[in-house]
Design a protein. Structure first.
Length: 459
């Protein structure tokens, strides 16, 4: 498979990095030589410096021989134009990033009229993920698989004696649960029974919904969290705009603070039910103390990671129950585990997960990239022609970077042992390091129903 990624920014780089692991032949096109140099320094891909709207470049690339083009440049209009043109020139599939909230209601029309197969919107995807988190009953960061039968939570062990300096095999408080991964100083690894937990490790615990809900209840930093009824958003850009709209539909009171006057006015016009303040949200004089304390959750949604993190930390100190930060860069991974943040969201990682699911086809029910960018969690449906069926897991010789964390069989959730056997129709939740992705696909995926099959008909 060959793919042209137009734009080598954060999203383009993340997509290129992820697709290389899928054995996709990648070309990155950008008009900034510095961006191209950065791509060359980090990835083994073909790079071209030039304007994607220059038809001669597309012709020289023989774009008709490419399986897909992904437009990720800053301009929505450029993404739509270049992907549409490439499709008309013979490229098989076109994917365009469209972020502007003003276009959101017109996505279906844009796709139909301009022959674009799929639209990605990192800010809307991140807003949806944040909305889901804010509406959760407890405060631990979590995710769901198999229609909610399986849940996963992230938990910072801090300095808790029941975890710190304990081997996993010696923990007696994880009935029907599994610690599937450990994040330590920004590096995520798959542990074994002899792994000893250290201070401020973040553990990823997986299990059936009821078991995880009980763990969540016992280990949240607050008692059963009251339902989120009011949210303060710092930043009225694309992410803040989308999140505001989603929360208002949930009948949640929303306050947005935006320092740009024109953006604040436009936001108020689009969302008249929201309270919009024009001001510097980093200046606590803008808000009275009692106003801060009247909100259940805070979301740092500006374009500056440092501002989002610092303000989320400050709001947590002020007593806000759930404090969330949007981050775009991976520089902060090494310190995030040590900070008292409830959750962080990276729009590029969320979007890359969506694209990976498209690439792998119908066997891939869900794919989530973890915040280290080097580990993924995949939900996979097992088909009948896999060689690994009906064989004890201990005999599969899976490499250390692959872990089957849970098996869903009908209504049952199984935390597997070495004696467990996989059956046709099972859904499995797999943790995998990126270096092992190709091996994982050989074990668990079939070739049918991929990117160019019936999945596209349902988009």
């Amino acid at each position: 498979m060959r793919a042209l990624v137009v734009g080598g920014g954060k999203l383009g780089m993340r997509l290129a990095r992820s697709l290389v692991e899928e054995n996709v032949e990648i070309t990155v096109l950008d008009n900034d030589p510095r961006v191209i140099q950065k791509v060359n320094n980090e990835l083994d891909v073909l790079t071209i410096t030039g304007n994607a709207l220059d038809f001669n470049i597309l012709k020289e690339l023989n774009i008709e021989k490419y399986d897909m083009i992904i437009g990720t440049v800053t301009s929505d209009e450029s993404n739509v134009l270049v992907t549409s043109i490439a499709k008309k020139m013979g490229c098989k599939r076109a994917i365009a990033r469209i972020r502007n909230p003003e276009y959101h209601s017109q996505i279906r029309l844009i796709k139909e009229e301009l022959d674009i197969d799929y639209v990605i919107n990192p800010e809307h995807a991140a807003a949806t993920a944040i909305e889901k988190y804010l509406l959760k009953k407890y405060s631990l960061m979590s995710d769901e698989f198999a229609g909610g039968k399986v849940k996963l939570v992230e938990f910072n062990v801090g300095q808790e004696q029941e975890f710190v300096n304990k081997k996993l095999m010696d923990l007696n408080n994880l009935h029907n649960l599994l610690i599937a991964a450990v994040s330590r100083k920004g590096y995520t690894f798959i542990p074994n029974g002899s792994t000893m937990l250290k201070k401020n490790d973040v553990i990823l615990v997986i299990g059936a919904r009821k078991s995880i809900d009980e763990f969540d209840r016992l280990h949240s930093n607050v008692q059963a969290v009251k339902p989120t009824k009011s949210v303060m958003i710092l930043g009225g850009g694309k992410l803040g705009d989308y999140l505001c709209g989603l929360l208002l539909k949930d009948r949640i009171d929303v306050l947005v603070i935006e320092k740009d006057h024109d953006k604040a006015i436009a936001l108020k016009e689009r969302h008249p039910e929201a309270v919009v303040i024009h001001g510097d949200g980093t200046d606590f004089n803008v808000l009275e103390e009692e106003v801060i304390h009247s909100y259940d959750a805070f979301v740092g949604a500006t374009g500056i990671d440092e501002t989002n993190i610092l303000m989320a930390l400050s709001m947590k100190e002020e007593g806000i129950t759930k404090s969330v930060a949007k981050i775009s860069r991976v520089n902060f991974i090494n310190v995030l585990d040590k900070l008292n943040l409830d959750a962080t969201f990276n729009p590029s990682f969320i979007t890359a997960s969506i694209i990976l699911k498209l690439i792998r086809g119908k066997d891939a029910l869900a794919i989530n990239l973890m915040y280290d960018g080097d580990t993924e969690i995949a939900e996979i449906k097992l088909n009948d022609n896999l060689k690994i069926l009906n064989t004890p897991l201990m005999d599969l010789s899976l490499p250390k970077g692959i872990l089957i964390a849970a098996i869903v069989r009908g209504q049952d959730v199984i935390i597997p042992s070495g004696q467990s056997k996989l059956q046709q129709g099972d859904r499995i939740i797999v943790f995998c390091k990126h270096k092992n992705v190709r091996t994982m696909k050989n074990y668990f995926y079939t070739n049918r129903g991929g990117f160019f099959n019936e999945f596209w008909r349902g988009i």
